[in-house]
Design a protein around this ligand. Sequence first.
Ligand SMILES: NC(=O)C1=CN([C@@H]2O[C@H](COP(=O)(O)OP(=O)(O)OC[C@H]3O[C@@H](n4cnc5c(N)ncnc54)[C@H](O)[C@@H]3O)[C@@H](O)[C@H]2O)C=CC1
Ligand SMILES: O=C(CO)COP(=O)(O)O
Length: 312
Amino acid sequence: MSVAVIGAGAFGTALAVVLAAKGPVTLWGRDIGWRGENPRLPGIPLPDSLRVTDVIEDCTAETVLLALPAQVLGGFLAEQAPLFDGRNLVSCAKGIDLATLTGPSTLIAAACPRATVAVLTGPSFAGDIARGLPTALTLACADTTAAEALQRRLSTGALRLYRSTDVTGAELGGALKNVIAIAAGAAIGAGYGDSARASVVTRGFAEMTRLAVALGARPETLTGLSGLGDLVLTCTSEQSRNFRFGLALGAGRDFAAGTTVEGAATARAVAALAPRLGVELPVSQLVAGLAEGRVAMEHALDILLNRPLKEE
Ligand SMILES: NC(=O)C1=CN([C@@H]2O[C@H](COP(=O)(O)OP(=O)(O)OC[C@H]3O[C@@H](n4cnc5c(N)ncnc54)[C@H](O)[C@@H]3O)[C@@H](O)[C@H]2O)C=CC1
Ligand SMILES: O=C(CO)COP(=O)(O)O
């Protein structure tokens, strides 16, 4: 099964590098001026067998991994969808599109109605995958036969894919954990301590599950790699850009502009969805307020602590 990866960022490049050891892979990026190694994935030499291109028509593979940030996927599909319809399209983005308040798999299915849509998600830093460190991910697809073929092609000796048919749940697990990671980072950055972080992560996980179930997910999916697994990783590691963004927010420091921080836009999407679905999401709504500058960090703690006392 030939593979194309769209998006030569850290994640797309890492996936392309390890998958190229198993068969033909084409990596497409709009900014491939670099040679030898991608500055977004430093220290990882690209194998000679990997074809890197900025010509979208070179991506003729039957399976296409879409590894663009969630907020740019809609614009990309608006231009390029006809080229990709009818193929296996695997979303690798972790976010909710602000313009439509839907996940990447919904965007892809709407733009490419004849495609087989899947989601690849779960706890994995691009650098870990590229270095061949052991990693387990979820491959979610409603079509089990297609999922089995994708699972075989996209697994390697170190990268182990588990199948799921719950596309909504898997996708939301990956998107929503980024929002909670910002909150966890802010708690640490503000000096509130590890106990506060544990509360934010636990209450945040309850929020993730509430919202995902309201959108049609199976609750048990959220306890898997793409929900709890990725939440644990992202809320505890400074490798995470969402966590580091939260650290900076909490400490009142600037954060490097241009860094991909999916949780900021996704928090705003979640805040817009919450009243429509009638679900309470205090941590995510607070992150949206912080990300938009509506809420100052010094008021954030009071907002959470002054909520009415309730059952867990
Ligand atoms: N980096 C990681 O460890 C992981 C990232 N992801 C997810 O993968 C997705 C991509 O993230 P990264 O690769 O880390 O981001 P990145 O910041 O490393 O790269 C983003 C890439 O998107 C490209 N891009 C931006 N706008 C574009 C447009 N309009 N058209 C074409 N290309 C455009 C940029 O040129 C850049 O190559 C995100 O949803 C992220 O949550 C998932 C798992 C791990
Ligand atoms: O999704 C990730 C790990 O699973 C990467 O996290 P960040 O986008 O926060 O760096």
